[in-house]
Design a protein around this ligand. Structure first.
Ligand SMILES: [Ca+2]
Ligand SMILES: [Ca+2]
Ligand SMILES: [Ca+2]
Length: 254
């Protein structure tokens, strides 16, 4: 007589087991995706920081060559050209896009295209003029002389600006939520900026603008460069005070 097979221990998955298995698979792939997102975001931010430093290098080279800072590109579309009128930075142009084409660069994709502001406070007396976007003779060299309207005159303007208090109508940075005080453009004018650059990356605060609060398309205020990245703001800010920029230019005079 043939041995009777023992009853099979195999059986189908119960509905509960199946549901649990699917849940685990779902959780594993979700966490893999979020880890990938975090990694990708960190990479994007590092690239934007490199990009901002590269723009700073271009801007400083421009200053050495032209005796002024670039004039912003105030076109809505960001075509990459300085907003010049009769060869000089148009009055009132102090915030816009970085003028990539005028500075010899290609216009990057939207997420890497920098907002840019420059400090401009003109004065009828040349030695007191602090319009950093305009080349002007500020220390008495006659036309045709070697130092007529060169970087030395920009340094005079930067030294003048270094003595100004920040005001809400001209380029400045607010705090960082830490040492530099509250991130609040209205209540905390932390430091006057000779210029600032903001690379927007993604729209983190969901206002349909890649820039995130406190950065906006409109005003001369930028968030503190040392503010930590947050869930609501991934913008990369680079700013330089007049004193810092003057010091760098003095050390790198042609
Ligand atoms: Ca001069
Ligand atoms: Ca952003
Ligand atoms: Ca936004």
């Amino acid at each position: 007589m043939a041995a009777r097979r023992p009853p099979s221990t195999q059986r189908g998955f119960t509905f509960l087991e199946l549901a649990l298995a699917l849940l685990v698979v779902g959780l594993v792939s979700w966490s893999a995706f979020s880890a990938y997102d975090v990694f990708q975001d960190a990479q994007d931010r590092r690239a934007a920081q490199d990009n901002a430093r590269h723009l700073q290098g271009q801007l400083r080279a421009f200053a050495l060559r032209h005796g002024r800072l670039p004039c912003p590109d105030t076109s809505a579309a960001g075509t990459g050209y300085e907003n010049l009128a009769a060869g000089a930075c148009a009055a009132g142009s102090q915030v816009g896009w970085f003028p990539y084409v005028s500075a010899g660069l290609a216009v990057p994709t939207d997420e890497h295209r920098a907002r840019y502001a420059v400090y401009r406070l003109a004065n009828a007396t040349a030695s007191l003029d602090a319009d950093l976007a305009v080349a002007r003779e500020r220390n008495g060299d006659a036309p045709g002389q070697r130092h007529h309207q060169d970087v030395g005159d920009l340094i005079v303007a930067l030294n003048t600006a270094a003595g100004h208090a920040p005001v809400s109508t001209r380029s400045y940075v607010t705090g960082d939520g830490g040492m530099a005080g509250a991130i609040d453009c209205a209540a905390n004018l932390s430091q006057l900026a000779a210029y600032w650059l903001v690379i927007p990356l993604q729209d983190r605060d969901g206002d349909a603008d890649r820039l995130d609060a406190p950065n906006t398309l409109a005003g001369p205020c930028a968030g503190g460069p040392s503010a930590p990245v947050s869930a609501a703001n991934d913008d990369v800010v680079l700013a330089e005070s007049p004193a810092l920029l003057a010091g760098w230019l003095r050390q790198n005079l042609p």
